[in-house]
Design a protein around this ligand. Structure first.
Ligand SMILES: [Cu+2]
Length: 132
């Protein structure tokens, strides 16, 4: 009986180890970032590497913004159905829209984040992503 229970626990742990099934099923810890003219709230995101997240980008303004973090996305595993949302290291978020990207950050480090729309980062629309 005890052996059987141990086996069940071991197999339950095993199936939770690979990150991709978790994020593909819509799981992952939510992280909400608000985009507005001209800032990200919060401007500093902190993630743990190897943990599935659901990056929830909400544009609170009526104009378009994006969330460009080339090196961060390049070093991340993005859920297959969300890969099309990340183009050239950035995610477009139209006015009053929200976009979810499920991913696992693989590489600890500090990554730059900015909005590539004309002049927006100059107005302060930038931030950083810390992967621990
Ligand atoms: Cu912007």
């Amino acid at each position: 009986m005890q052996k059987h229970a141990a086996y069940l626990i071991a197999s339950a742990l095993w199936v939770t180890i690979p990150a991709m099934p978790g994020i593909a099923q819509g799981g992952g810890q939510p992280i909400t970032v608000e985009l507005s003219s001209f800032k990200y709230t919060p401007a500093t995101l902190t993630l743990q590497h190897g943990v599935p997240y659901r990056l929830h980008l909400v544009n609170k303004s009526s104009r378009g913004h994006d969330f460009v973090a080339r090196q961060f996305f390049a070093a991340a595993t993005i859920a297959p159905e969300d890969r099309g949302k990340v183009k050239e290291g950035g995610v477009d978020v139209g006015g009053d829209e929200a976009v979810d990207v499920r991913l696992v950050a693989n590489q600890p480090g500090t990554y730059k984040l900015h909005c590539s729309h004309f002049m927006h980062s100059g107005f302060g629309m930038k931030g950083r992503i810390i992967v621990q």
